[in-house]
Design a protein around this ligand. Sequence first.
Ligand code: XBP
Ligand code: MG
Length: 251
Amino acid sequence: MITTLIFDVDGTLADTERDGHRVAFNQAFEQNGLDWFWSEETYGKLLAVTGGKERMQFYVDTHDKTEKNCADLKQMIIDLHAQKTKNYVALLENGTIPLRAGVERLLNEAKDKGLRLAIATTTTPENVTALLSNTLGKDSIDWFEVIGAGDIVPAKKPAPDIYSYVMDKMGVKAEECIAFEDSINGYKSSSAADLKTVITYNGYTQEDDFSGAELILDTYGDDATPSLDMLNLYSKPYFELADLLSELNTQ
Ligand code: XBP
Ligand code: MG
């Protein structure tokens, strides 16, 4: 019996990477007098590394020989990341990043059905609350029983730890849950935690290998933005939880 839905944030609830995180990183680099610039293409490659601090460390290791010798690189990355988080939250407060099509409808359907909701993400906790409050309103933070985020687990996705952390906190077993993800690192994490996973891919993740996922969609879809994959697979314009639940709960 499915009782719990666990959502990833970046790329799943909203397309935050290209026009949100990437922009906020570039602003932080400029604010700190660094000549680093992450183009859309470069950022696509850097997304292989999850976590903003880890991503910057990887960039230094692979691209910037001068900063590699910086006396306190670890502290520099922590400071850059704090600035980046401020920049990112400001972008959300300006309403720059909307939710993906169908997300609000899906969350409401889940609440109406009495399902338990949670979040399992790599990003910083304040980024999650800022996204929720600026798109769905402040109260929406309380829709989620557990928000597992950022450094709360040392091993970020693709490790299963953040999903295991959330399930432990909620006292639920993997077979009671569905994960919602958008990327290969997210899918590796949820499947390593034995979770059934629904994928909504995006521009950065459409070539990722999601074989074995419960459902792989371009978008959950809504009236204004139908899901082409739902139309192809089920001749329906959008994904509804009811269909998946009746399939999974009768297995
Ligand atoms: C999201 C990430 C995060 C964000 C940046 O992955 O990889 O690192 O890009 O967030 P997922 P921070 O959607 O799989 O959780 O800078 O706050 O780390
Ligand atoms: Mg994601």
